[in-house]
Design a protein around this ligand. Structure first.
Ligand SMILES: NC(=O)c1ccc[n+]([C@@H]2O[C@H](COP(=O)([O-])OP(=O)(O)OC[C@H]3O[C@@H](n4cnc5c(N)ncnc54)[C@H](OP(=O)(O)O)[C@@H]3O)[C@@H](O)[C@H]2O)c1
Length: 272
């Protein structure tokens, strides 16, 4: 299928919706085949000027587009579907980017048989390094999943997962960039503590993060092996690792991701 053969409407174009629009444009999707909707006029004007796309109201988007990418906050999805749900023809593909919301949430508010694909992407989409997990809802076929992949592959990597794993995906990669930023922020502070100028500490840690990430991705080695290669007997690294273990960093990460997963479940329960 030629890229951009379908008209895609991003419904509720905030941070994630805009990442998706800009990614599709960078990948060569024709601007004429992209629509956006917003709640505020100023935001509509900003998007139209920035990307040269048409910003329309929700019902016009439903009528015109083949693919509806829903990217409102989960708590706004009910009101949005009250407005558009009954008007969505069952041959449209609905792609949900909403964290926590199961495809059954959409199924109950859309005409019987409407295919829904659930997607969890993340903010590195801005630099074409997103991790996007894609799951089929009850009426979504292999062709629908392939179309979703066609839309998200230009933004980074994609993976297909069963929908039952999406709350865990949300906890790991959806929220994941925030954990790395927190870690980097803390390591820069540590550099300040050790007497380095802030900019030097920043540059050292950011490049170390990039180098480590590329090695993790490209070497095919397990993270334990890569860490062991930096951890010599009676050396500096093992002294630091002893402190990390003593302060429960590993256990903190296990608990933190479990909390994120539980919150995703809670959001789904509240939205029902
Ligand atoms: N941010 C992330 O890192 C991330 C990662 C993975 C998934 N997600 C998911 O992506 C979705 C969007 O998140 P976000 O961070 O992009 O939120 P956001 O910036 O608040 O974007 C949502 C946009 O939808 C608009 N909106 C709400 N109701 C609308 C309606 N009825 N019609 C038209 N527009 C409407 C909002 O308008 P206003 O500006 O007036 O509020 C806002 O601009 C969420 O479901 C979230 O779970 C986010």
């Amino acid at each position: 299928m030629a890229p951009g053969a379908h008209t895609v409407a991003v419904i509720g174009t905030g941070k994630i919706g805009e990442l998706m629009l800009s990614g599709l444009l960078r990948a060569g999707w024709p601007a004429g085949r992209l629509l956006a909707t917003t709640r505020r006029q100023t935001r509509a004007e900003e998007l139209a000027t920035r990307y040269g796309i048409r910003v329309v109201d929700n019902l016009s988007a439903v009528a015109e587009a083949d693919v509806l990418a829903i990217s409102v906050k989960p708590q706004d999805a009910g009101a949005l579907l009250d407005e558009i749900g009954p008007k969505v023809p069952a041959d449209k593909l609905v792609i949900s980017l909403c964290a926590g919301l199961p495809t059954s949430f959409f199924g109950r508010r859309l005409p019987e048989g409407t295919p829904v694909v659930r997607v969890m992407t993340n903010t590195p989409a801005l630099v074409d390094q997103a991790m996007t997990a894609i799951s089929a809802g009850p009426y979504a076929t292999g062709a629908h999943l392939s179309l979703a992949e066609e839309m998200f592959t230009p933004l980074g990597s994609t993976i297909r997962v069963p929908e039952s794993q999406q709350d865990a995906v949300t906890a790991l990669s959806g929220s994941g960039p925030a954990y790395f930023y927190l870690l980097v922020e803390a390591m820069i502070d540590a550099g300040i503590l050790l007497g380095l100028p802030r900019q030097v500490a920043h540059d050292l840690i950011v490049q170390t993060a990039i180098g480590s990430a590329v090695m993790l991705r490209d070497s095919g080695e397990h993270p334990v092996k890569l860490r062991e290669a930096v951890t010599s007997p009676a050396g500096t690294t093992i002294s630091a690792i002893r402190e990390l273990e003593k302060h429960g960093v590993r256990a903190a990460l296990l608990a933190a991701l479990e909390a994120a997963r539980d919150r995703a479940r809670e959001i789904a329960a509240q939205s029902d």
